[in-house]
Design a protein around this ligand. Structure first.
Ligand code: FE2
Length: 365
């Protein structure tokens, strides 16, 4: 039984952001990303200190939470970090055991297991701490039939949302402080039973100016993938340092969302005003030599500035938004996998040069 997974995870349950104005953020994700509002908690539902909007598109659930008071854990988080990810919640069959097993292996507790109940049944939740002030919440919902969690009431969008084919969370990336990457990789290995999938060093990920190092950890069934980045020495400030400076510490850098039709998804996102990193046209000059034949038209990919990479198993298409708040912190990746299970290593250089152009515009390079 030595190889038995002590922390079986069914998938990502939800991602909770703490934001300055959840009402407006909720509209942004409904309008621009095509999420649909389906649950809400706040003063109207008997919750006095906060408001939370719960949005869904296929298997992705986002929770946008804001504080109604200045002196709360949520307000302090927003004041320090700006809008950012507080919780990467994991869907498990046993939230009590998940808590016990990880605590036993050295996790720091955030919330002891507790049972939440309402007329739809019960949910068990527990939380542990990970990098920065981020939590992993274990959610056990096998005895629950409600819309989201007890305490939340059904609520629908005020207009007809138009989904854009966002399917599921592919991976969530954390930026950690210089010298801390191995510490957090070890945390995921020892405390959560994940294994190391890939390592990128500063030779893989460097430009003339800056560098970073990254290791990707994954859980037993491979549904959860967490790349962890740390800055590496370069001539100028790396994008990870810029993030750490503005987020005031470690935190979630980007959330990669899978689509089956990236041309449609990105076309819609652009039409609705979402901004993306720009890669120069010269990127496309020799890309076909590098990736070989693909099903999509290169012209269309070029028009939308979508990047292409290939590994032994297939190819992938990807693109990165600019930060989705004014601080240069959290952003999204849109990814379409055609067999490839890697992360777009062939695009790193072009991408980082693109990020550096943005950093320079912000005066942070
Ligand atoms: Fe990514």
């Amino acid at each position: 039984m030595a190889n038995q997974d002590f922390l079986p995870i069914n998938g990502t349950d939800h991602i909770e952001f703490y934001v300055g104005n959840a009402k407006q953020s909720a509209l942004y994700y409904q309008y621009a990303f095509g999420f649909e509002l389906f649950a809400y908690a706040g003063p109207e539902t008997g919750v006095r200190d906060r408001a939370s909007y719960v949005l869904k598109q296929n298997k992705i659930t986002l929770v946008l939470t804001t504080s109604l008071q200045p002196d709360s854990e949520i307000s302090e988080h927003v004041q320090k970090h700006g809008d950012g990810v507080k919780v990467l919640a994991l869907w498990v069959d046993d939230a009590t055991k998940s808590f016990q097993e990880t605590i036993l292996r050295g996790a720091e507790p955030a919330h002891e297991p507790k049972i939440l109940k309402d007329e739809f049944g019960e949910v068990v939740v527990s939380s542990i701490k990970t990098y920065g002030e981020t939590f992993h919440t274990f959610v056990e919902r096998k005895n629950y039939k409600g819309p989201f969690l007890p305490g939340y009431k059904p609520r629908t969008s005020m207009f007809k949302t138009e989904p854009i084919g966002l399917k599921y969370v592919d991976h969530c990336v954390g930026n950690v402080e210089l010298g801390k990457m191995n510490h957090w990789v070890e945390f995921y290995e020892k405390v959560m039973g994940f294994s190391l999938l890939v390592t990128f060093d500063d030779k893989d990920i460097s430009t003339e100016y800056s560098a970073l190092m990254s290791k990707v950890v994954s859980n037993g069934n491979g549904y959860i993938k967490f790349p962890i980045n740390e800055p590496a020495q370069g001539k100028k400030k790396s994008q990870i340092e810029e993030y750490l400076d503005f987020y005031k510490g470690a935190g979630v850098q980007h959330i990669a969302i899978a689509t089956d039709d990236i041309i449609h998804t990105v076309g819609e996102l652009r039409r609705r005003g979402v901004e993306f990193l720009y890669v120069p046209e010269t990127y496309y000059d020799d890309v076909m030599e590098r990736v070989g034949s693909i099903n999509e038209s290169l012209e269309e990919l070029k028009k939308l500035n979508i990047l292409i990479d290939r590994d032994e198993e297939g190819y992938l298409l990807q693109i990165f938004t600019k930060p989705v708040q004014d601080r240069p912190t959290v952003f999204f990746e849109i990814i379409e996998r055609n067999g490839a299970r890697s992360f777009g290593k062939g695009n790193f250089k072009a991408l980082f040069e693109s990020i550096e152009r943005e950093q320079a515009l912000r005066g942070n390079l």
